[in-house]
Write a protein that binds this ligand. Structure first.
Ligand SMILES: [Zn+2]
Length: 206
């Protein structure tokens, strides 16, 4: 479990010594502790409730692991045994310059149930599962950051699957066309009468 205490309701600065004594460390503006000790978790929760501090207890499934990069490298072979390809821009990257991106970002699943649902729907039980990891160049990884949208989701998965950038682009175009076609069919089915009325009106006046 990852316990996070932050400044949402009340400033934590005043309680820094006690938080430190409870085992939490200050990192990126938040107090954090990764532990499985239920007694420690309970002590922190009790303290936060008493002092009205904002806290979150995040399950291990949604916490960045220390070895996800190693796991990814073990699982995905380099292309032609030499390089990886950025899933987002298609650029070839050497192993030492390759970053491993979480397609569904960690921050999103930690704070929004809808992304946890998306994770489950994608068959991912742990945020660090290799199926949620994809190779990315430093530039694309920085640009993506904590963002997730349809474009990044499809590219993250297909870019990892296809070994050539052209194939990926082609597959993405087909998926987008199918989506547009699907939306068009739904609109046509839902608004048949209105569409007929517009066509009749156009035929009558032009
Ligand atoms: Zn890239």
């Amino acid at each position: 479990m990852l316990v996070v205490v932050s400044n949402k309701y009340r400033d934590t600065y005043k309680y820094r010594r006690k938080l430190n004594n409870l085992g939490l460390h200050f990192e990126c503006g938040k107090w954090k502790l990764k532990t499985s000790d239920e007694y420690v978790i309970e002590s922190i929760v009790r303290f936060c409730r008493r002092k009205k501090l904002y806290y979150e207890c995040i399950e291990d499934n949604y916490v960045r692991s220390n070895n996800y990069r190693k796991k990814f490298i073990e699982h995905y072979e380099k292309q032609k045994g030499k390089y990886y390809r950025c899933a987002y821009c298609g650029k070839k990257i050497e192993e030492n310059k390759m970053t491993v991106d979480h397609i569904i970002p960690i921050d999103k699943v930690q704070h929004h149930w809808i992304y946890r649902k998306l994770m489950k729907m994608s068959g991912i039980t742990n945020i660090n599962d290799v199926s949620n990891l994809t190779p990315a160049c430093e530039h694309c990884n920085k640009r993506k950051g904590n963002k997730i949208n349809l474009r990044y989701y499809i590219r993250g998965i297909l870019g990892r699957k296809y070994k050539s950038a052209t194939k990926t682009h082609f597959a993405i175009i087909i998926i987008y066309l199918l989506l547009v076609l699907g939306v068009f069919c739904v609109i046509t089915l839902l608004f048949t009468d209105e569409i007929n009325m517009i066509i009749n009106w156009l035929v009558k006046y032009f």
